[in-house]
Design a protein around this ligand. Structure first.
Ligand SMILES: *Cc1c(COP(=O)(O)O)cnc(C)c1O
Length: 232
């Protein structure tokens, strides 16, 4: 079942790329496996998935040793400073850096172990009370601060769009983040790269691709619905 769903998502990605004149290689599908058991991840892996997204450090630590070592783990959930130490050598990319203080903590831990850590800045585009992330107008200043940390490398931006019934309702959110991404790219800040735009989930990844996403994070569309327990 995972294999079929994954294939369907890939087909939708190809279609969205075609509609928007984009190359399919420029979009990375992250299989969001939070709350799902290891055999389901293995099934996705066997069907070719290599990028997996988790929102809890503990879950990455538990699953990682049980699965092939060429999996790229993406930390996509809110990260607490006291968990940084455990995750920085496990995740290829931390999508959810939402304060300068968190980046500072990543720098501290990365120095100790001589690691280079890639991150995205999470942006609360829609200004939702309940969401983490920088306000769009805070992003440049935060990037300039974080750029001073030599072991922390900003690769781009991420957003979690509002939950909507119709993905068209989020098109404006995606357009706004894309504009910010292009603006930030033009600023050419030292130690800041703008090549990753992580936006779009099961309900709206096709719209996000049409608006420039380079990474989409799809959970339910691949693994099915999650029990509410264990959800953030
Ligand atoms: C759970 C989650 C997703 C995937 O959500 P689905 O709607 O199941 O595709 C994507 N991004 C983040 C940050 C998440 O926490």
């Amino acid at each position: 079942m995972v294999q079929e769903q994954l294939e369907e998502v890939r087909q939708n990605i190809r279609n969205a790329c075609e509609r928007s004149g984009r190359k399919v290689e420029d979009v990375t599908l992250i299989a969001v496996s939070k709350t799902k058991p290891v055999p389901m991840l293995q099934e996705a892996y066997d069907a070719g998935a290599r990028d997996f997204g988790e929102n809890k450090v503990q879950e990455i630590l538990e699953k990682e040793p049980q699965l092939p070592s060429d999996i790229r783990w993406h930390m996509i959930g809110h990260l607490q400073k006291n968990k940084v130490r455990q995750v920085i050598d496990k995740a290829v990319l931390i999508h959810s850096v939402d304060t300068v203080g968190l980046a500072e903590q990543i720098e501290k831990e990365a120095v100790k172990r001589d690691l280079d850590v890639s991150i995205l800045l999470e942006v609360n585009v829609a200004g939702e009370e309940s969401k983490f992330g920088f306000a769009p107008e805070e992003v440049e200043e935060a990037a300039r601060e974080i750029a001073k940390y030599p072991h922390v490398h900003i690769q781009g931006l991420m957003t979690i769009a509002p939950f909507v019934e119709n993905s068209e309702e989020n098109r404006g959110v995606f357009k706004k983040l894309y504009e910010l991404y292009v603006d930030m790219k033009r600023k050419n800040i030292d130690n800041v790269t703008m090549n990753v735009l992580s936006m779009g989930m099961t309900g709206d990844y096709q719209t996000a691709i049409e608006e420039g996403a380079t990474m989409v994070r799809v959970g339910t569309g691949i693994f099915g619905t999650r029990a509410k327990i264990g959800e953030k």
